[in-house]
Design a protein around this ligand. Sequence first.
Ligand SMILES: [Zn+2]
Ligand SMILES: [Zn+2]
Length: 328
Amino acid sequence: MTMHAMQLDAPGTPLHAVERPLPEPGPGEVRIRVTACGVCRTDLHVADGDIHGHLPIIPGHEIVGRVEALGPGVTDFALGQRVGVPWLGHTCGTCPYCTSARENLCDTPQFTGFTRDGGFATHCLADAHFCFALPDAFDDLHAAPLLCAGLIGYRSYRMAGDAPVLGLYGFGAAAHILAQLAVWQGRKVFAFTREGDTAAQAFAREIGCAWAGDSTETPPEPLDAAILFAPVGALVPQALKAVKKGGRVVCGGIHMSDIPAFPYADLWEERSILSVANLTRQDGTEFLALAAEAGIRTHVTPMPLAQANEALERLRKGEVEGALVLVC
Ligand SMILES: [Zn+2]
Ligand SMILES: [Zn+2]
């Protein structure tokens, strides 16, 4: 028995199709038959060498599939059960971060599709303690983007605090999910896109945003908080100018171009800038339940696994409405 996957050997080179023997799950692990795996901007950062993990690597950390084999000691899941695998693949459980409810900052973590093989494949292994059961409200295809875009988006959203007027910079997979949650919770959401991207702006209004415009524009009213999903450092001072006194600017991505210098006056009056890294399992459990309750509908475009390079290219060019999901 073998598995098929799209593998990255070196940054800046295309993924290529590989065939490998089916891996056996070790203690605490499950083997998953992958049915869908979302394509995240982080996969693009890995492929382009903006961030560096293990090589060769099979990317993909928005995995949905069925448990096909159980390693020794696994009791959380049964054979055939549907599971989701997120970016946080494993933590040590003993470092100061793990023992203070901040496992997202673990000193020796493993990340799916970055330091351990991910879901651009027909099969993968996962640590059962880091897999999620998924709400029935979502089929495999529509559940996939929840596992990173949704989940790390949700952590960013929590970090933004109780913000009745929320700005989202970069209206891709994460923003289209969060916007729905925020609107459902009665918040006013303003969407900022690349200059002139009227299609993304129309999409944002369609799913409930009160206003949508270019990231260079001033919003119709000041923001209580802004979340940046676009990997563009120049947006940080822009977003700071758009938030009220005491407002937060949350950077939700793993990589961003440099932030240009800006006057201290723009930060003053207790405005703050913070970044969000990874997720905790608590974030995941909370968010997945909320996503079902809020009736979030993910907007997905399926593509075959073999077209992983084309999918990354579409993301690179910003040609994606909602999320891309590889299916196999
Ligand atoms: Zn740890
Ligand atoms: Zn991701």
